[in-house]
Design a protein around this ligand. Structure first.
Ligand code: MRU
Length: 347
């Protein structure tokens, strides 16, 4: 089943807040509810929230009372503003909304109803493209994994983080499906535990060998020489190759370099933001301190204690061995090679 999809004129998604304890679906009937589902992380992961926002735009078009093409475009623009505010860091969200707004502007609609229907087709296309893109990424990256390797992974970048298949975990899945046998260390990924809850749930189902480790243990295994490769995702990649990803990624990158371990981010081209020349310009989400003090309602410190909760960090491109995309593995100099890959060139 896809993470998010359109069914009977509304949006359905897997409730990622409940996995692994419960598998349930959520039904959403308006774009404001879609924005909330992104904000509260019912759906999360950069490509997944991009596709979700696209379906949110289709809902907005459907709900529009406008009788003119111009009126529908205005309603789409207002809905897009709300959707874009739901989470700030993953650029796939802005990318999907902007793509639909640009398509609404360019599409030669016969009338308002035609444009509304076209918005659903375009959203569906974004979702379908995401699956195809991830499968290509898997093929590109799988060559890096060898029999007997131990691969370290951070957060969740699997089918749940995308429409299906996933990015870094998609590479791992492809290599496994090719018959390679290796082991995966999953950082638990505090405070929301995407590694322990979601990545482990996915690898369980795929039958891929794994262990969940505390985030604080990855350096221990790297220094012992057990980790041969690090694969993880990205929420936004700046033009110079600096990238934002789940909090904790930066320290993994530093430790990988210190220990001479190849360190790759895996992402579709829709995660590349060439409008930013450096990772310092990427907006970083700060979430509520309750996620740190009481993860999933289990208090580990009194609620009035002080805490900070950055959801992402930025890893400088100098730590990267490469960026695995559907257009090949992009390597330094990223300022030169990222624009080529983003333009569709195979690198
Ligand atoms: O806060 P999340 O769970 O949305 O963060 C997700 C990540 O940081 C992923 O690594 C990233 O979105 C890539 S998912 C293919």
């Amino acid at each position: 089943m896809r993470t998010v999809f359109w069914q009977n004129n509304h949006v359905r998604m897997i409730d990622q807040k409940r996995i692994p304890w419960e598998f349930s679906l959520v039904d959403l009937y308006d774009y404001a509810a879609v924005a909330e589902s992104i904000r509260d992380m019912t759906v999360r992961g950069a490509p997944a929230i991009g596709a979700t926002a696209a379906f949110g735009m289709a809902l907005a078009a459907r709900a529009s009372k406008a009788t003119t093409v111009e009126g529908v475009r205005d309603d789409l623009s207002a809905a897009g503003d709300i959707l874009k505010q739901s989470r700030p860091t993953a650029v796939n969200l802005m990318w999907a909304v902007d793509r639909l707004i640009a398509h609404a502007a360019a599409y030669q609609a016969a009338d308002a109803e035609d444009l509304k229907a076209e918005m659903l087709r375009a959203a569906q296309q974004i979702a379908d493209d995401d699956v195809a893109t991830n499968k290509r990424i898997g093929q590109v990256g799988a060559a890096l994994i060898k029999d007997g390797d131990t691969v370290l992974h951070h957060c969740n970048t699997g089918a749940l983080a995308a429409v299906d298949y996933g990015t870094a975990l998609g590479v791992i899945r492809t290599a496994w499906e090719q018959g390679k046998r290796f082991h995966v260390l999953l950082d638990e990924t505090r405070p929301r535990l995407q590694g322990a809850r979601l990545s482990a749930w996915e690898l369980e189902q795929l039958g891929i060998s794994y262990d969940i480790i505390p985030d604080t243990a990855s350096g221990f295994y790297m220094r012992r020489g057990e980790v041969k490769l690090v694969l993880l995702g990205a929420d936004r990649i700046a033009g110079n190759g600096d990238f934002a990803n789940k909090i904790g990624t930066y320290q993994v990158g530093v430790l990988a370099k210190e220990n001479g371990i190849p360190f790759y981010t895996v992402a579709p081209i829709s995660t590349v933001d060439l409008s930013l020349s450096s990772g310092d310009d990427i907006p970083i989400e700060e979430r509520d301190k309750s996620e740190v003090l009481a993860p999933f309602g289990n208090a580990i410190a009194p609620a009035h204690y002080h805490a900070r909760n950055p959801a992402f960090d930025v890893t400088p491109a100098s730590y990267l061995s490469g960026i695995i995309t559907e257009n090949g593995i992009v390597r330094a100099p990223f300022e030169v090679n990222l624009p080529r890959a983003a333009a569709g060139e195979q690198v």
